[in-house]
Design a protein around this ligand. Structure first.
Ligand SMILES: O=C(CO)[C@H](O)[C@H](O)COP(=O)(O)O
Ligand SMILES: [Fe+2]
Length: 251
């Protein structure tokens, strides 16, 4: 069965002075998850927020009662040392920790636990995230081939397999960029091989680009400027959901 539509507004486009309010409002307007973009100024040339702010937002949005449920904090970790921050973000209320494949081989020398474990790799990191009680996602930048994922998705140990794959449809770092349709063949290939996988797309999604992404097989839709910049955000959220459901009906 095709996985259900999940709409995850990126709070990068929310009003930062009223984050708690904007986050609870978007959930009441029909959003399923909150997409929380974490940027460290190293992996990407921009900075956002860390665990204390995520914990504050958590206070405004009820924790999901089941895995993948309403109110899931989908943390998109655009950071150079993803292993180092797993426990802190779990404590802050993150439900899904989605790291970048390109950062997963980094040496986490500053992490006390990493001293005996100088390098991490994607499969170990996924297992580590699962062991901390979170769902695990793996994200690919536009320049990274989807072929790097097959070995990870086929891991013999289910704890090493991701719960979601994120295909970036812009260069990570900033909201409001132009959608890159060139990334959709990755989504098509993933959907062909894995009919039940949660496949997320992020960057430039909105009413004019959603059909292409949904037709390619994406079911988790991130939209920042299109939702928070809309006159009627609930209408945009409903439109994004409908496009994915329509495609699911075709299967
Ligand atoms: O990860 C991101 C940028 O790196 C954001 O999630 C993304 O850009 C969403 O913003 P928009 O929908 O405005 O493109
Ligand atoms: Fe993102």
């Amino acid at each position: 069965m095709a996985p259900k539509a999940i709409i995850a507004p990126s709070i990068l486009s929310a009003d930062f002075a009223n984050l708690g309010h904007d986050c609870s409002k978007t959930i009441s307007q029909g959003a399923d998850w909150l997409h929380v973009d974490i940027m460290d100024g190293h992996f990407v040339p921009n900075l956002t927020w860390g665990p204390p702010i995520v914990a504050k937002i958590r206070g405004h949005v009820e924790k999901p009662t089941e895995a993948y449920g309403k109110g899931t904090f989908d943390c998109h970790m655009m950071i150079a040392e993803p292993k180092k921050w797993v426990k802190e973000f779990k404590k802050a209320g993150c439900d899904l920790y989605c790291f970048h494949y390109e950062a997963a081989f980094s040496t986490a020398a500053e992490s006390p636990e990493a001293k005996s474990d100088k390098k991490t790799n994607p499969k170990e990191l996924i297992k580590y995230i699962h062991d901390q009680g979170m769902l695990a996602g793996i994200a690919l930048k536009p320049a990274t081939s989807v072929d790097v994922l097959w070995e990870i998705l086929e891991s013999e140990d289910p704890k090493e397999r991701p719960d979601m794959v994120l295909i970036m449809t812009v260069e990570p770092g900033f909201g409001g960029q132009k959608f890159m349709a060139s990334e959709l063949p990755k989504v098509q290939e993933l959907r062909k091989r894995y009919p039940e996988l949660n496949i997320e797309v992020d960057g430039g999604l909105g009413p004019s680009t959603i059909d292409q992404a949904a037709d390619a097989g994406a079911n988790v839709i991130v939209a920042g400027s299109a939702v928070f910049g809309a006159q009627d955000p609930s209408e945009v959220i409903a439109l994004l959901r409908e496009a994915v459901e329509k495609r699911n009906g075709k299967l």
